[in-house]
Design a binder for this molecule. Sequence first.
Ligand code: AMP
Ligand code: ZN
Length: 114
Amino acid sequence: MADCIFCKIAKGEIKGTIVHEDDDMIAFKDIQPQAPVHILIIPKRHISGLTTIEKGDELLVGKIVALAKSLAHRFSFSECGFRLVANSGPDAGQAVDHLHFHLLGGRKFTWPPG
Ligand code: AMP
Ligand code: ZN
């Protein structure tokens, strides 16, 4: 997707603070962090969001969740707790139409969210 900001980060055309990269996905620091550690995990391939995941993407989504687990360990909040969030659509405030999971850690979170 030519005008997608996260595709540009994945291709290295826009600078991001990258904390993980492999063939399928990339993880980078959110530019407006909502917690001491706020990382976005995205597939490199453009998928617009949760509603456009297709059959065949199950392994990719599983890899994203497994990466969240390992990053939580690496950033030392695996035991005390963290949150993994994917906003979908306008009611949830999805601002970037490229599938992304927010990994937030380093503080307490309330439930239910606002
Ligand atoms: P969402 O509202 O779930 O679509 O989240 C989009 C997230 O992308 C927000 O938390 C933004 O702060 C973040 N964001 C937007 N542009 C960038 C960027 N260039 N680098 C890092 N994070 C970004
Ligand atoms: Zn994209």
